[in-house]
Design a binder for this molecule. Structure first.
Ligand SMILES: [Zn+2]
Length: 124
């Protein structure tokens, strides 16, 4: 199992006990190293470190990968979402349905279709 370092640019400035490493007189606060982290696709030890990274590099990253400069549109053709009627109904055929978030049209679904993550009415 390989260890990796938190990518937070100032992780070592958070002076917690677990970051204090080494022996006297060479103790330093160090970047956290773990086999995995819970934040930012396992790149950051904390939300603070993830936010620090974005604060320092976010604009550069967005410019590099493509900044959104005009609104994106979710059209009627792709506005279908699955929903579920939580009320206790005896009519199982009508518990699951598609609803179009723009037109509000509803179409019934079987439970199998509801649970099938590949089943969709959206065109893309
Ligand atoms: Zn960190």
């Amino acid at each position: 199992m390989s260890l990796k370092y938190c990518q937070g640019p100032i992780c070592h400035h958070y002076t917690t006990k677990d970051r204090l490493r080494g022996t006297k007189p060479n103790k330093t606060f160090q970047t956290r190293r773990r086999s995995g982290f819970y934040y930012g696709q396992s790149n950051f030890c904390s939300l603070n470190c993830q936010n620090d990274w974005f604060g320092e590099f976010g604009d550069l990253a967005i410019d590099h990968f493509g900044r959104t400069t005009e609104p994106k549109h979710l059209t009627e053709q792709d506005a279908w979402v699955k929903d579920y009627d939580w009320r206790n109904t005896t009519d199982d055929d009508h518990r699951y349905y598609f609803v179009n978030k723009i037109t509000k049209e509803q179409r019934p679904l079987t439970e199998e279709q509801y649970r099938d993550n590949n089943y969709t009415l959206n065109e893309r």
